[in-house]
Design a protein around this ligand. Structure first.
Ligand SMILES: [Zn+2]
Ligand SMILES: [Zn+2]
Length: 155
């Protein structure tokens, strides 16, 4: 993991830096993530919100009511439309960043596929990666954190 994680949108209007390693990376296959990403799901690298700083510009956030009844927020660049960020009022302390927006997206390891109940039949899910049918529970989150940081046995 490099000392500083950085990235931004396609046109460069929005740039960010992260001050700490991510919690984990997952792919969310819910229909909202499919619509927002234009593909089989959104690949999100999840950080503690305090560890993410926007150094140039800011994503524009669009709120939607999620399955929990609370708002989820998707951040994109208003200039070029790149999806950049995701937040959920349900878990307000974390900030997702689109994996492809990092300057080096290849450095992260996928820890879970979530919302697999709505994964598309033509989508390819990594067979060795844990799957969660819908929204991760607090226990799921704790397990994924442990998996990502090497202190739990694989399921
Ligand atoms: Zn842009
Ligand atoms: Zn989703």
């Amino acid at each position: 993991m490099p000392e500083r994680l950085s990235g931004g949108c396609a046109c460069g209007a929005v740039r960010y830096e992260c001050d700490a390693a991510p919690m984990f990376m997952w792919v969310c296959h819910c229909r909202e993530c499919q619509r927002a990403s234009g593909g089989g799901g959104a690949v999100n690298v999840v950080f503690r919100k305090v560890d993410v700083r926007f150094t140039q510009g800011e994503p524009t956030y669009s709120p939607r009511i999620g399955t929990s009844g609370q708002r989820t927020w998707r951040g994109f660049c208003v200039e070029c439309g790149s999806p950049l960020a995701a937040r959920a009022d349900l878990i307000p302390d974390i900030q997702g960043l689109s994996a492809a927006s990092f300057d080096d997206p290849g450095q992260f390891r996928l820890v879970a596929h979530i919302w697999t109940d709505s994964a598309q039949p033509w989508d390819t899910l990594a067979p060795e990666v844990p799957r969660i049918a819908g929204t991760p529970t607090p226990a799921d989150l704790a397990h994924l954190l442990a998996l990502a940081h090497g202190s739990a046995p694989a399921q």
